[in-house]
Ligand binder design. Structure first.
Ligand code: NAD
Length: 389
């Protein structure tokens, strides 16, 4: 996103409201963002000089880190990369040249980061089974940590991570980028503002087709590195995003059934699919599916209200999220530049660290979600019984 582009402002809003109206809207959005204490996306503040930005080490130079997170620093206004941690020094140095990064660590000298004053925050982009260990070691080295989702393999690991952050007096966040994604922020604004009336049901469907021969999918099918199956990796988007829309409402019970084809050799260690259901304190039902068998993929959220509904046929993708409001008519609503969610997440975390404010997606949120998924697995193991949470 260019510096002069207004965050959260669609081209349609610009055309419909005129530039003055659009800037007024942008200003009120910016105020709302500041009141909330987190940037919405691409930060309304001016970029900081490089010397004052939060300095990040990226741990694990895989598909997500290289494809999405590193390029996002180009859109960030408060963050810059200073170090890479990798088991592949050639790859680290090649990427270092591209991004002007000259500090490199391996997994053996990882703890030496404690002595490195050029690193404030660490971004963990490793397979899930390694999240807890590398997060805790980074916290003990005195760094703030933004760890990718799902938080860890078990709720016990998540608890240890939260405790390590408390003990080290460092911030721990989870990489739920959707909380910084403008189309979802727009859905949240409309749902929270009562535009749909009381919510009646939420439906979430998320999945892709797992390829056991592709390294980033291979570890997702191996329990020790993946922690869990499709619900851990992709179903969690439906769970977390639905809960994001339900301010104040809390889950009281869950149930689930395994949906994988049992004869499929890909799913001998982790589940290929889970159909799940969650009852909220208000009585609202949130239900969804997760799958490693959806071809090519599904990323769908639907919010049914008493007066209107929001359908997001693409709800949690990197770039293409879409919001359709059905309130008698049918309106497609644009809400900004989806790609800026990556930069918004980085800047938001750094800003929370620096200003001592809560982060929008803290470790406790990651722990909550893993506890809920564990309860879903317990339910599925027992044939779908209702489990109080
Ligand atoms: P990947 O396999 O492409 O990358 C993993 C990296 O970890 C690789 O660089 C690999 O070399 C390194 N690694 C270190 N030790 C390893 C080991 N013992 N086994 C395997 N790899 C090892 O995976 P990815 O898709 O980039 O996922 C990395 C993390 O990012 C995961 O936690 C995943 O859930 C998360 N992720 C998040 C999003 C999102 O949208 N938030 C999207 C994709 C992935």
């Amino acid at each position: 996103m260019s510096d002069d582009e207004q965050p959260g402002l669609s081209r349609r809003a610009m055309l419909a409201g005129g530039v003055a109206g659009a800037l007024g809207l942008a200003a009120s959005r910016a105020q709302a963002q500041q009141a909330e204490g987190q940037p919405l996306l691409g930060n309304p503040r001016l970029p900081e000089p490089a010397g004052q930005r939060m300095r990040w080490a990226i741990v694990g130079l895989g598909t997500y880190a290289v494809g999405q997170i590193m390029p996002a620093f180009g859109d960030a206004r408060l963050s810059r990369m200073t170090a890479f941690v990798s088991g592949n020094p050639d790859k680290a140095r090649t990427l270092g040249k591209r991004y002007g990064v000259s500090r490199f660590y391996g997994y053996d000298d990882y703890d030496d980061m404690a002595k490195d004053d050029e690193i404030d925050c660490v971004f963990i982009a490793l397979p899930v089974g390694l999240h807890a260990e590398y997060t805790i070691r980074a916290l003990e080295a005195g760094k703030h940590v933004l760890c990718e989702k799902p938080m860890a393999s078990t709720s016990a690991e998540c608890e240890a991570m939260v405790e390590a952050a408390r003990k080290a007096d460092r911030r721990l966040g989870i990489g739920y980028r959707v909380h910084f994604e403008p189309t979802n922020r727009e859905a949240l604004r409309r749902i929270g503002g009562g535009e749909l009336g009381p919510l009646r049901q939420i439906r979430a469907e998320h999945g892709f087709d797992a390829n056991p021969d592709w390294p980033p999918h291979k570890w997702r099918l191996e329990q020790p590195l993946a922690g869990g199956g499709s619900m851990y990796d992709i179903g969690i988007y439906g769970l977390n995003t639905s809960l994001m829309m339900l301010d104040g409402d809390k889950p009281v019970s869950v149930s689930a059934l395994y949906a994988y084809p049992r004869e499929d050799p890909r799913f001998s260690e982790v589940e290929g699919g889970l159909d799940w259901r969650m009852t909220m304190a208000s009585g609202l039902i949130v239900s969804g599916s997760s799958s490693y068998c959806y071809r090519p993929f599904a990323s769908r959220q639907t919010y049914f209200g008493a007066q209107a509904s929001i359908t997001m046929p693409l709800a949690t993708t990197y770039y293409d999220n879409t919001l359709i409001l059905q309130d008698g008519g049918r309106r497609k609503i644009g809400a900004g530049t989806p790609a800026s969610q990556f930069a918004g997440q980085l800047d938001g975390f750094g800003e929370a660290v620096r200003e001592g404010r809560p982060h929008r997606t803290p470790g406790e949120m990651g722990l909550r979600d893993i506890r809920l998924i564990e309860a879903m697995y317990r339910s599925a193991d027992e044939g779908g019984v209702e489990i109080a949470v």
